[in-house]
Design a protein around this ligand. Sequence first.
Ligand SMILES: C[S@@+](CC[C@H](N)C(=O)[O-])C[C@H]1O[C@@H](n2cnc3c(N)ncnc32)[C@H](O)[C@@H]1O
Length: 218
Amino acid sequence: MLETVASPIGKLWDRVFAFGYDRFLAGSENAGLSDRRHELLAAARGATLDVGAGTGLNVRHYPPAVERLVLLEPSPFMAAKLRSRVAAEAAGRTVEVVEAAGEALPFPDDEFDTVAVTLVLCTIPDPAAALREVARVLRPGGALLFLEHVRSPEPAVARWQDRLERPWAWVGNGCHCNRDTLATLEASPLSVEEVHHDDFPKSPPLVRPLIVGSARAS
Ligand SMILES: C[S@@+](CC[C@H](N)C(=O)[O-])C[C@H]1O[C@@H](n2cnc3c(N)ncnc32)[C@H](O)[C@@H]1O
C-alpha cells in the first residue's frame, strides 16, 4: 500500500501526481534523464520486471532482447496511465501490467532475467524488503538495473535533505529525498557491480545526487 494515500487527501494527491507526472518530469527527461534511462536499460534482456513503473517512461527504452516485460505498479492511477502507454508502445512484445507492491512480489523464485528500478527506492516504504524480493525473483546471475536519486555525500546538502524530508514527501507523493540507497543496495542480498555517480538533470538540489548502475543476484 502506498504510504501517502491512506487519507482522502492522500488519495487525491496520488491521482494528481499520476496525472501530472510526465509533465513534472518533462524538463529533466529532455535535459538528459531520458538518455540515462536508455543507456541503463540497454542491458535488459529476457524476462524483465520494472518495479514501480509509474506512467511507463522506461517502456520505450527496453531493447528487443527483452522478450517479456512485466510492469509492476501499486497506484491504480499510475497503472491506468501505464496501460494506455503500453497500448501505444508495446512494440510487439508481451507486456503485462500488475498492480502490486515491491515488498511482496507476486511471482515465483527465479522468474526474471532482469529487474529495473528507476526513481523508486526513494518511495517504496520498505526498500530493504523490496530488494530482498528482487533478489528472490531474479534467477541466479540475473541483473538489477538501478537509477535512483540519493542522499547527498555533502553534509550541508544532506542536512537540508533531512530537514525537508517530510514536506518533500508530501509534494513527491511519498518520495524520501534523504535515503542512502547505495548503502541499502550494498546491504541487500544482491552484489553491486557498477555504480556511476551523476546528477539528476534540471532538478532541485534536494534530489540532484543520482546513482546509476547494476547489481547481480547469486
Ligand atoms: C517517482 S515514481 C517513478 C516512476 C518510474 N519508475 C519512473 O522512473 O518514472 C515512484 C513510483 O513508485 C511507486 N511505488 C510507491 N510505492 C511502491 C511500492 N511499495 N512498490 C512498488 N512501487 C511503489 C509509485 O506509485 C510511483 O509510480
